[in-house]
Write a protein that binds this ligand. Structure first.
Ligand SMILES: CC(=O)CC(=O)SCCNC(=O)CCNC(=O)[C@H](O)C(C)(C)COP(=O)(O)OP(=O)(O)OC[C@H]1O[C@@H](n2cnc3c(N)ncnc32)[C@H](O)[C@@H]1OP(=O)(O)O
Ligand SMILES: NC(=O)C1=CN([C@@H]2O[C@H](COP(=O)(O)OP(=O)(O)OC[C@H]3O[C@@H](n4cnc5c(N)ncnc54)[C@H](OP(=O)(O)O)[C@@H]3O)[C@@H](O)[C@H]2O)C=CC1
Length: 292
């Protein structure tokens, strides 16, 4: 059993809302924070939509949905997050943003609060070093979409102690997740393997080897991937894909990780994928339409 009762989630985007969703369903009281109340409310309505989908599929009942929603409280101030037993940061994949969040949270933290980051790629050791408790700081890397994906990667920074690791693993398992241990190197395991594959698919498009449709169809039917790599890039968010490639490129100092210029162009255009309405597909109509 976990001794954690309350969970704070910072960032109410696709991952923060998913983490709040599974925590509330598992019985935790959740405080959800973002830059303003409108963003928190948007996160809560995403959770409501995704819980309703689980009800319609017979995975949970109506009462469980209502109880879970009742457990999620908006936290406009980080002061509320600092009083939780476990604070999970799930804001934009940018090291400076994440460090600024942990610095701002610092004065509000109760002594026992455990800190976690859902970062996809950034050093847990570096993020932990901005806090007063690197021994109680850990990477809890959930997968997207959180309610459906079984894995949580657990990443210890250089100073993370054994008790924190055990508590984090017990917590993730209490959400019905399976954990794997990854060492603290750029992008850990899943994204070290997955994101260069997505970047390579974008090079394949850039070099004219295939179209959006032929590349995704090839990988879905030829390699049994549930989503094609370009659809998956859009699903993750192309800003996040680019950030991860940059962390790999800089952190491993190897040119094989250079981000594809076409990926950079899409991000510069604000075509960030599904969450922005447009990426390698245009999602604004009835069905997604390839943009190349
Ligand atoms: C970047 C990182 O740091 C790490 C990562 O997470 S990498 C990404 C890892 N994830 C993947 O690789 C996912 C690959 N895709 C899949 O496995 C499958 O397509 C899937 C599990 C996502 C969906 O499978 P499915 O249930 O057969 O699809 P379907 O019922 O049609 O649902 C698809 C839709 O529901 C979402 N979804 C379904 N149930 C959901 C739930 N309970 N909560 C949230 N989203 C849900 C999907 O994202 C998608 O959205 P829309 O319908 O709103 O457009
Ligand atoms: N997308 C994915 O598939 C996965 C992502 N991750 C990781 O999860 C994290 C979040 O990603 P994701 O949910 O996809 O991104 P989103 O862009 O969907 O959400 C990020 C949210 O954080 C908000 N935010 C930015 N700065 C702050 C701040 N200072 N305080 C509070 N909230 C802030 C953003 O607001 P605004 O939009 O106004 O900037 C936005 O609402 C990243 O670290 C990412 O790498 C991990 C696993 C999978």
């Amino acid at each position: 059993m976990t001794d954690i009762k309350t969970v704070g989630v910072i960032g109410a985007g696709q991952m923060g809302s998913g983490i709040a969703h599974v925590c509330a369903l598992a019985g935790y009281d959740v405080y959800l924070n973002d830059l303003d109340l409108a963003k928190i409310e948007a996160g809560v309505s995403t959770i409501e939509h995704n819980l309703a989908r689980q009800v319609s599929r017979g995975l949970i009942d109506d009462a469980a949905m209502k109880t879970a929603l009742g457990r999620i409280k908006p936290a406009e101030s980080l002061a509320l997050i600092g009083q939780t037993d476990l604070a999970i940061e799930a804001a934009t994949e940018n090291e400076e943003i994440k460090k600024a969040i942990f610095r701002a949270l610092q004065p509000h933290l109760k002594a026992e609060t455990l800190l976690a980051s859902n970062t996809s790629s950034i050093s847990i050791t570096r993020l932990a070093s901005t806090t007063d408790r690197p021994e109680r700081f850990i990477g809890l890397h959930f997968m997207n979409p959180v309610p459906l994906m079984k894995l949580v990667e657990v990443i210890r920074g250089i100073a993370t102690d054994g008790a924190t690791y055990e508590r984090a693993v017990t917590f993730a398992r209490s959400l019905g997740k399976t954990t794997t241990n990854a060492e603290d190197f750029p992008a850990f395991i899943v994204n070290r393997v997955l994101v260069p594959m997505i970047n390579e698919a974008i090079y394949t498009l850039y070099e004219g080897v295939g179209t959006v449709d032929s590349i995704d169809t090839a990988m879905k039917l030829g390699a049994n991937h549930p989503m094609g790599p370009l659809e998956l890039g859009d699903f993750i968010g192309l800003d996040t894909v680019l950030s991860i490639m940059n962390v790999l490129y800089e952190g491993l100092a190897d040119s094989k990780y250079r981000p594809c210029p076409l990926l950079v162009k899409y991000v510069e255009a604000g075509w960030l994928g599904k969450k922005a309405g447009r990426g390698f597909y245009d999602y604004r109509g009835e069905v997604p339409v390839p943009t190349r």
